[in-house]
Design a protein around this ligand. Structure first.
Ligand code: CDP
Length: 223
């Protein structure tokens, strides 16, 4: 059996399918790194909004992505150019803008380069939209998480409620549908299930059950 320092696990899927919650916990239980690639795209959108760069200005957003510094600390905080931006990444404004900036080829090229560099450091669980298809095409295990759209919207709405953001369920459902549409239809590395991925429909499953199923797949893979 190969040591976990070389494991590569890719988890992809649409918004609200439970990827980050599950990927984070699976990485912890396996003792390997977790990389939240969605947070990296969100950081680009956040910085553009902060600096007054219009989200639709591809050249300006691409230039901003070129020399951005994104770091994750062990306490799960995200740092952009030395500042803790964690709280800013899940606002409705960032959620609206992120799939626009994520469609810019220069932004994707830059972030994929950083993601692959992280994967070279050791074993990793990476979650996103294009990990199994593009970032880590040779990952040992690829999982595609889905869930019924209404349940995905409900999960995200609950999360937002808990953090004090009062959007209606309809608003959240609409924003998510729009983001999924952009992610699926963009030209470069769209959201798509890899041919060799295992599909896991999480509708009606508790977080613990999903984690256990993923861990069982990992055990099977590295037996
Ligand atoms: O948590 P949630 O699934 O809602 O989204 P996220 O993982 O934080 O990703 C936010 C957005 O970043 C997605 O809607 C995509 O537009 C983009 N993204 C991407 O294009 N490629 C990735 N590997 C990860 C995220």
């Amino acid at each position: 059996m190969r040591g976990n320092g070389r494991w590569q696990i890719a988890i992809d899927g649409p918004a609200g399918a439970g990827k980050s919650t599950v990927a984070k916990e699976v990485a912890k239980r396996l003792g390997i790194l977790y990389l939240d690639t969605g947070a990296m795209y969100r950081t680009i959108a956040y910085k553009a909004l902060q600096e007054g760069v219009p989200i639709g200005d591809e050249a300006a957003v691409s230039a901003l992505a070129e020399d951005i510094r994104i770091e994750f600390s062990a306490d799960e905080r995200v740092w952009c150019d030395g500042l803790d931006v964690t709280e800013g990444l899940r606002t409705p404004e960032v959620s609206k803008g992120v799939s626009v900036v994520a469609a810019y080829p220069a932004v994707r090229r830059r972030l994929v380069e950083l993601q692959r560099a992280e994967a070279r450091r050791g074993g990793v669980v990476m979650d996103g939209r294009d990990i199994g298809t593009h970032v880590l095409p040779h990952a040992d295990l690829k999982i595609f998480l889905t869930a019924d759209p209404l349940e995905r919207a409900r999960r995200r709405w609950l999360e937002l409620q808990r953090s004090g953001k009062n959007l209606t369920l309809e608003e959240v459902a609409q924003d998510m549908a729009e983001r999924d549409r952009r992610d699926t239809q963009r030209e470069m590395a769209p959201l798509e299930e890899a041919k060799d991925a295992i599909l896991l429909d999480t509708t009606g499953l508790s977080v613990e059950t999903i984690i256990e199923r993923v861990i069982a797949m990992v055990r099977e893979e590295y037996r």
